[in-house]
Design a protein around this ligand. Structure first.
Ligand code: ZN
Length: 147
């Protein structure tokens, strides 16, 4: 199991996110290019360590690593210690809480599930909207759909 910080808080939960982008904003880009773009956004927002997520998934399932799992992320205010944050790039602008398939692809679902299956000790998968009044990631996340 991974832990966070000197208190060795166990990492047992993953939090899913979307990018809050316009339709087509990252179209045709590979995951590493989107990583580079969002890394710049996060540096400009003052995140000391840049890119705040632990991984990024494109609509075609292409993946890029973010922060190491042993490093606290910057993705869910007040809940970063003990969680991992994963960013899914939506295929079109998210306007309401809908279904996964309204915004994301089955290739993405498979890539995320594969990634989550490799994290030892993971017990729960939630959405950003479980922790804050947000649309992110655009649907209600059920742990049992992901683990
Ligand atoms: Zn989010």
């Amino acid at each position: 199991m991974f832990t966070h910080g000197s208190a060795k808080t166990p990492v047992r939960e993953a939090v899913l996110h979307c990018a809050a982008i316009k339709t087509g904003q990252f179209k045709g880009m590979r995951a590493f290019q989107v990583f580079a773009t969002i890394n710049q956004w996060h540096i400009k927002r003052g995140f000391k360590h840049g890119f705040g997520y632990h991984g990024l998934f494109m609509p075609d399932g292409d993946f890029a690593w973010g922060r190491p799992y042993s490093m606290v992320g910057a993705h869910t205010l007040g809940r970063n210690t003990g969680t991992l944050g994963f960013l899914m790039i939506e295929s079109r602008e998210i306007t309401h809480i809908g279904e996964f398939s309204d915004w994301f692809t089955e290739d993405q679902r498979e890539a995320v599930k594969y990634c989550l299956s490799k994290i030892p000790g993971l017990q729960k998968v939630s959405g950003h909207n479980d922790h804050a009044a947000r649309l992110c990631p655009g649907f209600k996340v059920k742990s049992s759909d992901w683990l």
